[in-house]
Design a protein around this ligand. Structure first.
Ligand code: ZN
Length: 535
């Protein structure tokens, strides 16, 4: 019978020391039956899955940073092998049985306790994982690899016709994936749920529609003004100095280089192998100062989240950010709300000028501040400014829903893209290269469930920042002195430490006192850009 018992850290530690190798010895079976033993066995199994996934992530990091081209083929196979073994181990019947047996124990523990949270989150992941049959996953991954390969050739050639049938299949696979999760309201729900658990197509659609109604006139008002001059960013900026300056800033943010490092890649990302090893990557363009610097600040924001997770969660499914939207809220906050603020540059601009006296010696703070906040109608999402960025995201989100619903055909994408860009941004791509072929996402095996995270992140970045400054009104002044401890501390305390303990909606409510709302974000944009553009 199950007994209510509080598992202290000490008893957990004792069990761990019984089985330091992390594998399941017969000893577990001998002591099986007690709740502690079952919980320890669950943790040991999850740790093994985590180790395999972390090893695969390390191979992935190497693949995109230092691996010579000759390693590509074998590396793909090696990562697929690790992913398969991790999936098999995680979906093992024994894991399901343990989760079933631990249900009463979970119910007996406080909701936010380590034990209850771990069992709840593992159950959520397990229930999702077992619903998707392995042969389907193999088909999906194989198609994703072929699709990505085709896209890398189709985009430079402006060749939508070649990828059209491939996208048809991607759409079909995405629909079939959703069908493994019956009971949804909208067919995109299971896809959205996978990265932004707790959000649904209908609620995101309403949120985005309301936000779009406010953003389109704001973009029109700003772009009716004379454009900001950002030519000072396009001078020659040697890479080594760019790198040193960016790393100096993120150290001040609180990024711990004893538990991380920065390397170069083509498409910057953050990756984590443990709470003690959270890495970021960046790229430099010697003729665009903003490219490398803001990419470093962005990825450091993701990394601060992962470095801030409670160390006791190491090796468990709790040890990561809770959703793609909350994750993106941190990268966007440190990149934009902090890193593109006037206060930030009041402090750091003299230092930047000292690093680049020839390029910036005669450029005043106001000109530089306007340059890094230039708003313009542009074609490419990843290069878009803070104000127009979301319109790019919403276009993709709406098209994903329409394709999944069957109200838009793949072949209609290029024309629809053209029309929507014209109406929302007042600029339309001359070809498909800078239209429907520009993002890798749909050519990576899935249509649906990815783009919403970017705009949810922007919305949440402002909501969290507003809550942090409400609690600590001195934060903006600290930023203007190059100090970030109070903001970083508030984020660790209210968001980072919890990892996946709370779902995104729960976390937002707890941290800000209200459900997700785009009002703080609109307030932030209006204040900042009215001042910048004299609206
Ligand atoms: Zn990001």
């Amino acid at each position: 019978m199950h007994r209510k018992r509080y598992l202290s850290k000490r008893s957990l530690y004792k069990h761990q020391s019984l089985c330091v190798c992390g594998t399941l010895s017969p000893r577990h079976k001998e002591i099986g039956g007690s709740v502690e033993a079952q919980f320890e066995e669950l943790q040991a199994r999850l740790r093994e899955v985590n180790d395999l996934e972390s090893a695969s992530a390390l191979l992935g990091w190497d693949q995109t940073t230092y691996m010579p081209p000759g390693g590509a083929e074998a590396r793909g196979r090696q990562m697929a092998t690790l992913a398969r073994i991790a999936h098999e181990k995680f979906t093992d019947d024994a894991v399901g049985k343990l989760l079933d047996e631990l249900k009463p124990f979970e119910a007996s523990q406080p909701y936010d306790s380590f034990a209850a949270s771990l069992i709840r989150v593992a159950r959520h992941d397990y229930d999702r994982a077992i619903k998707v049959p392995a042969p389907f996953l193999t088909e999906l991954y194989t198609h994703a690899a072929a699709s990505y390969d085709a896209w890398t050739r189709a985009r430079p050639a402006n060749d939508f016709a070649t990828v059209e049938p491939i996208l048809e299949k991607t759409l079909d696979l995405s629909r079939r994936y959703a069908e493994f999760f019956p009971g949804y309201t909208h067919i995109a729900d299971p896809l959205i749920d996978a990265s932004d658990y707790g959000m649904q197509a209908a609620s995101v659609r309403t949120l985005f529609r309301n936000l779009r109604d406010q953003l389109v006139p704001l973009v029109q008002a700003i772009t009716a003004q004379p454009p900001a001059d950002d030519s000072c960013l396009q001078l020659h900026y040697p890479e080594d100095q760019q790198r040193a300056f960016g790393e100096m800033v993120i150290k001040r943010y609180g990024y711990d280089f004893e538990r991380g490092r920065q390397d170069k890649t083509h498409h910057p990302f953050m990756t984590k192998f443990s709470i003690g090893d959270v890495r970021i990557t960046t790229r430099f363009n010697e003729h665009d100062l903003g490219d490398g610097l803001f990419s470093t600040l962005h990825e450091a924001g993701h990394a601060l989240y992962e470095q801030g997770v409670n160390p006791a969660f190491e090796g468990t499914p709790l040890a990561s950010g809770t959703s793609s939207g909350v994750h993106e809220s941190q990268s966007r906050m440190w990149e934009n709300i902090v890193g593109r603020s006037r206060g930030f540059w009041q402090h750091f601009y003299p230092q930047l000028q000292a690093v680049f006296p020839q390029q910036l010696g005669n450029v005043d703070l106001d000109t530089f501040y306007r340059a890094v906040n230039k708003v313009q109608r542009s074609l490419i999402r990843v290069d878009a400014d803070e104000v127009t960025y979301n319109l790019h995201v919403m276009l993709r989100f709406d098209f994903e829903l329409a394709m999944l619903e069957g109200s838009m055909r793949v072949r209609d994408l290029p024309d629809a893209w053209h029309e929507r860009m014209e109406s929302d941004l007042g600029v339309a791509p001359p070809d498909n290269r800078d239209g429907v072929l520009q993002d890798v996402h749909w050519y990576s095996g899935q249509i649906g469930g990815v783009f919403q995270g970017y705009t949810l992140g922007n919305i949440l970045s402002a909501q969290f920042y507003e809550a942090a400054t409400r609690a600590n009104p001195g934060i903006p002044n600290e930023i203007a002195r190059g100090e970030f401890g109070t903001l970083h501390g508030w984020l660790k305390e209210n968001i980072y430490q919890y990892g996946r303990t709370f779902t995104a909606p729960e976390l937002v409510e707890r941290a800000t006192g209200s459900p997700l709302s785009f009002e703080p974000y609109i307030r932030y944009l209006r204040n900042k850009f009215s001042e910048l553009y004299g609206l």
